[in-house]
Design a binder for this molecule. Structure first.
Ligand code: R5P
Length: 287
């Protein structure tokens, strides 16, 4: 199998190829001065199975088009089975019509990608329902264990894993199982008009090394509130990790300023905190 890394996933694709024993494909992707894209596949692909690894992260439209252009080129050049790996599925949060007339943008991506490939992989898509838009084999890989292993290697005295909301419950449970410790989620309690309290559902967090895990840090509002809540409840330390570092604004600085011990993420999107690699997960899936 020949592995091509799109412009969002160069390092990740190289590591996936190394781990899975794939041939590294070579291609040129550049933007013309007018903004249009040029794609040229340099490696011979006729009759060869190929995989393209490319996230549809910011700038989403450009990165999606690059993915489609490379997939289509491989098919056009006579490649065998073509797989797409989209480690971060941009638009994954719009999985249905929340208001009448809205575009289900995650469906638009699914419809277009599956026209140009035979199998699809992503990592912790925000809404599992998105996978139902695919009529080709489609896999949602789970990187929770990778986050767990990352924290296991840290020197945490008495850890507890916390999800910042109920949506992160399953992830908190999985990471807790790897760390062999308690886990919990924060829940919002309405105290009165305009007054909301956030607190762990059950476990005592005072004096503990807290690990907060979530799928996405975007504006970081969710993480910041969770961090401040747990600090106010006298956590000994608070370490933070997410799968997808979307990172809008200067949220990393703000999290450290609010007392985070560490803030880490995987490399589904390259960023200054993408120190945990999902390469083993993707490589295993492709083997
Ligand atoms: C929510 O359902 C997600 O799991 C994340 O908690 C959310 O997308 C994070 O967004 P933000 O960083 O903007 O609070």
């Amino acid at each position: 199998m020949i592995c091509f890394g799109g412009s969002t996933c160069q390092t990740l694709a190289r590591e996936v190829a190394r781990r899975a024993g794939l041939v590294e494909g070579s291609m040129e992707v550049k933007d013309f001065p007018d903004g249009e894209m040029y794609v040229r596949v340099d490696t011979g692909v006729e009759g060869e199975d190929c995989v393209v690894i490319q996230s549809t992260s910011r700038p989403q439209g450009r990165n999606l088009f690059e993915l489609l252009a490379v997939l289509e080129t491989l098919k056009d050049l006579g490649a065998g089975k073509v797989s797409a790996v989209v480690p971060y599925y941009g638009y994954g949060r719009q999985d249905r019509r929340f208001m009448e007339g809205e575009c289900i943008t995650s469906k638009v991506i699914a419809e277009h990608v599956q026209l140009h490939c035979d199998e699809f992989y992503t990592v912790n898509v925000h809404k599992e329902a998105v996978m139902d838009f695919f009529r080709i084999p489609a896999h949602n890989l789970d990187a929770a264990a990778i986050l767990g292993t990352y924290f296991k290697e840290m020197d945490l005295e008495d850890p507890i894993v916390v999800g910042p909301d109920m949506g992160a419950e399953e992830m908190a449970e999985k990471v807790g199982a790897i760390l062999d410790c308690d886990w919990d989620c924060l829940e919002k309690k309405r105290l009165g008009p305009g007054q909301v309290e956030m607190k762990p559902k059950g476990v005592e967090t005072a004096g503990k090394d807290i690990v907060i895990v979530d799928d996405i840090i975007d504006s970081g509002g969710t993480m910041l509130t969770a961090l401040k809540t747990l600090k106010a409840k006298h956590a000994s330390s608070v370490s933070i990790a997410c799968i997808h570092p979307v990172l809008t604004g200067n949220i990393i600085t703000r999290l450290y300023a609010a007392g985070a011990r560490t803030v880490a993420a995987t490399d589904t999107i390259p960023s200054q905190i993408s120190e945990i690699s999902v390469a083993p997960l993707i490589a295993d899936a492709l083997k």
